[in-house]
Design a binder for this molecule. Structure first.
Ligand code: DC
Length: 221
């Protein structure tokens, strides 16, 4: 029976690396729910939407189409038919995405789409509310964490590889602020779901983390 694997945790904790590894080993679909919040944010930036204006937010949501294309372990996100992967990781999106993710109308629409994508199981989805809200009955729920300095180092590397080197202090301020907003917002704050397994990967290699979680997934499949 294909199961559902829900992975939550703070940003830059290696959730998506783990999710991709698990999906590849299990032959499942991987869905990066953070990319959906990022795509909505990019859409709002492009349409110059004031996120405090709920009518404009709703208009923009009505004009939004998200599609995913899985190519091997690589996932392409399409915003209204256009590939936008690189823009999704920009600092402009990094700065606005957590405030956008506090909006209940945005969350309701994305949760609906996520539940639809995962309706038959055989899916690994990562985010902030996957084990608590999107798939509370997931067979395996993981909460991934790592020390802040290690997370900053990873995000600095990612921004460098995208051709937008950013000082680590700026990255740290952004990460810490996003953690604060994500875990204190009213609608679906980041929490450890009931029955979750906590993985601190500060000192784990990618392979060690994947092997440990694959063993848990196989026990529940
Ligand atoms: O995982 P990420 O850094 O790409 O996520 C971007 C933002 O989206 C993050 O600050 C919080 C939000 N998010 C959310 O609220 N719920 C999710 N399921 C996934 C992401």
């Amino acid at each position: 029976m294909p199961i559902t694997i829900a992975i939550d945790g703070f940003s830059s904790c290696g959730k998506s690396t783990l999710a991709k590894d698990l999906a590849a080993s299990m032959g499942y679909v991987y869905v990066d729910s953070g990319a959906m919040y990022r795509a909505v944010t990019l859409h709002f930036l492009r349409m110059d939407i004031d996120i405090n204006n709920i009518d404009r937010v709703n208009e923009a949501l009505a004009d939004l189409r998200l599609d995913f294309r899985n190519e091997g372990t690589h996932q392409r996100v399409l915003l209204n038919g256009q590939i936008v992967e690189k823009e999704l990781r920009s600092m402009a999106v990094n700065k606005l995405v957590s405030p956008v993710a506090t909006l209940s109308n945005v969350r309701a629409e994305l949760v609906r789409q996520q539940q639809h994508i995962g309706r038959d199981g055989g899916i690994v989805m990562d985010g902030r509310d996957i084990g608590t809200v999107v798939f509370p009955n997931a067979e395996l729920k993981l909460f991934v964490t790592a020390e802040t300095q290690e997370r900053v180092r990873r995000r600095v590397e990612e921004l460098k590889s995208l051709g937008t080197p950013t000082p680590s202090k700026e990255v740290e301020v952004n990460l810490t602020e996003r953690d604060r907003i994500d875990s204190t917002r009213e609608d679906s704050p980041l929490r450890k779901a009931e029955g979750v397994v906590v993985i601190d990967n500060t000192n784990l290699s990618r392979e060690e983390q994947a092997d440990m979680c694959l063993a848990l997934a196989k026990l529940r499949a």
